[in-house]
Write a protein that binds this ligand. Sequence first.
Ligand SMILES: NC(=O)c1ccc[n+]([C@@H]2O[C@H](COP(=O)([O-])OP(=O)(O)OC[C@H]3O[C@@H](n4cnc5c(N)ncnc54)[C@H](OP(=O)(O)O)[C@@H]3O)[C@@H](O)[C@H]2O)c1
Length: 258
Amino acid sequence: MSTPPAAGLRVFITGASSGLGAALAARYAAQGATLGLLARRAFTAPLPHPDRHRHYQADVRDHAAIAAAAQDFIAHAGGIDIVIANAGISHGTLTELPEDLPVFDAIFATNVTATVATFAPFIAAMRAQGAGTLVGIASVAGVRGMPGSGAYSASKAAVATYCESLRLEMREYGIKVVTIAPGYIDTPMTQQNAYPMPFLLAPERFAERAVRTIARGTRYTVIPWQMGVVAKLLRMLPDALYDLAFARAPRKARKNAP
Ligand SMILES: NC(=O)c1ccc[n+]([C@@H]2O[C@H](COP(=O)([O-])OP(=O)(O)OC[C@H]3O[C@@H](n4cnc5c(N)ncnc54)[C@H](OP(=O)(O)O)[C@@H]3O)[C@@H](O)[C@H]2O)c1
């Protein structure tokens, strides 16, 4: 089946109240898309054609709430073209501190299990259409285990591997699975980082590139491309060298409440 035209796309985005999700929403809305936007906070930024879009104030860890939002959006929009499981959280964690165990749970529930719960209720409609694109948001931080970020790095590695499994499962239905691994994008998530962030990109520039990647159905992409080169080098680095170079890498701030 052919890819639908950019105008008129039906796009469901989680984590749309901030950062990458809000920038993606603005980009698709400017193209004339019909949007389903989900987050715990209300989405306040003005969008073109506001009457066309549906807002769902929900926690992605509430799987029944996502399923209800999905059902409502499919009925409202008359189908679904793109689902972007973008909602995510990032906190430093240390395994040796018992108070960080609930943070590990929260990060996995929000970044990994909620990605599954976001895609699942749309698959039947996409199968019936014989087309659709599911988009997972991984991270360059998932390419190798970063010190002090065991939960976040592992969660994003899990997103990338899960999306790869899903891509093969969806192939026979004509459904594409796109994995995007952002490098550093200037959002509230990274604004708290007290260390240099190479190739930092504005969310609007990220969204431009992500929308093109999604339209092409690219299997796996790092945005910006410069961080893709860094990711490839990181992957190739022998463990002993990686340990030497990264044991003292700057660490993300811890948070000990989910
Ligand atoms: N910024 C970067 O450099 C970067 C790099 C790599 C990967 N990423 C990934 O990109 C995605 C977006 O991050 P961002 O930088 O845009 O961060 P952000 O500005 O902090 O936005 C995160 C979004 O996720 C939503 N969210 C978090 N927990 C949620 C929950 N339990 N239920 C519903 N929504 C929830 C937030 O909405 P509410 O708080 O309103 O619920 C917010 O809209 C994340 O998956 C992140 O891991 C970002």
